[in-house]
Write a protein that binds this ligand. Structure first.
Ligand SMILES: Cc1cc2nc3c(=O)[nH]c(=O)nc-3n(C[C@H](O)[C@H](O)[C@H](O)COP(=O)(O)OP(=O)(O)OC[C@H]3O[C@@H](n4cnc5c(N)ncnc54)[C@H](O)[C@@H]3O)c2cc1C
Length: 311
């Protein structure tokens, strides 16, 4: 088995090779926008941008820790010389509140990774629910988001509404299997052009129908009319339509999602997304996500796995 340092370095190298960057402490892996000859926009990989992460106020414990017998030396908890990512520190403090582990015999921050391994191996995963991360996800298809939103526990989603947005922001997502072969790629581009054109034609037709006062599509206001047109016209959009969202998860939920969706048996588009989520999370907090190992699959893509699943 690879050393922890070796694995961390491998994860970091993969993050960078996929174009990952860290700006002001927030990791991102962006995705390029491509265009067909007639101008239809599409993307080939998921874009993952960390929008929010925890900020912890450990100094806030001071008044609480000072209220105990001085012989317990609880205030020393605040003098730990090793600083942790805020997300790790928050979960570690939450765990240490459980056992009033603030004195000299507590696990210090230097040994945080071993501390979390004890928690995850024992299934004491609720401690991981305190730290939340939010992401902008784009370059993801409607079919992949349908899989992602099945994760209910500890996750939040705000996804583009095909009822409210117009065809002007319509984009598509090309699967790697299509991008890899010239003929399949051409068919994809033709399909994307056709879907965009059909959507526009259908929206126009429905608007005319609407303005003709047809009861089925009648609306009192202009925006309502547009909404009714779009909610009808979207029925012809394919699974390949891009469906961006803001996605938030606590660390317990995020770990479970990575384990299921970055698994070698997961569907390839969601595995690509879960890999990027993992790489960004590892960049932000290599302790809470430090037990995961990369596995290289025969097709050159990656899986992510840990010994301590479903904490
Ligand atoms: C490879 C693969 C193939 C799949 N194929 C299909 C398919 O063919 N058809 C299909 O419909 N779905 C399919 N799914 C989706 C799958 O069934 C789950 O809905 C999805 O993965 C969400 O995971 P989860 O149930 O662990 O939910 P999460 O919301 O991520 O929940 C995390 C954990 O919390 C607990 N939990 C959450 N909600 C409840 C609850 N209501 N009651 C009790 N415990 C709960 C469970 O322990 C759960 O594992 C597939 C998923 C994968 C990974």
């Amino acid at each position: 088995m690879e050393t922890t340092e070796g694995n961390t370095e491998r994860v970091r190298r993969l993050f960078e090779s996929l174009g990952g960057t860290v700006r002001d402490g927030f990791p991102a892996v962006h995705s390029l926008v491509h265009h067909t000859e007639t101008g239809t926009s599409y993307l080939k990989t998921p874009g993952v941008v960390m929008l929010a992460k925890p900020q912890v106020n450990i100094a806030g414990l001071e008044g609480f820790l000072e209220g105990f017998d001085p012989e317990l030396r609880f205030p020393e908890y605040l003098d730990d010389p090793t600083s942790l990512p805020d997300s790790s520190q928050l979960c570690k403090t939450a765990g240490q509140v459980c056992y009033a582990s603030f004195g000299p015999r507590r696990t210090t921050n230097e040994n945080a990774a071993a501390y979390f391994e004890r928690l995850t191996s024992a299934g004491h995963g609720s401690v991981l629910e305190h730290s939340n991360f939010s992401f902008l996800l784009y370059g993801i298809s409607r079919s992949v988001t349908h899989e992602l939103v099945r994760h209910r526990a500890g996750a939040g989603f705000s996804q583009v509404s095909q009822r409210y947005v117009s065809g002007s922001v319509l984009r598509f997502v090309e699967r790697p299997e299509y991008a890899a072969e010239a003929g399949l790629h051409r068919l994809f581009e033709e399909r994307a052009d056709r879907a965009a054109a059909e959507y526009e034609a259908m929206a126009e037709r429905l608007l005319e129908y609407q303005e003709g006062g047809n009861a089925m599509l009648s609306a009192d206001y202009k925006t309502d009319a547009r909404k009714k047109v779009q909610q009808t016209a979207r029925s012809l959009l394919p699974n390949e339509t891009e469906a961006p969202m803001v996605f938030t998860g606590n660390v317990r939920a995020l770990r479970h999602i990575i384990e299921m969706r970055a698994d070698a048996h997961a569907e390839s588009e969601i595995r690509t997304l879960a890999l990027r989520l993992f790489l960004c999370l590892h960049a932000a907090d290599p302790i809470l996500f430090g037990d995961y190992e990369l596995g290289e699959l025969p097709d050159g893509t990656y899986s992510v796995r840990t010994e301590h699943r479903k904490a």
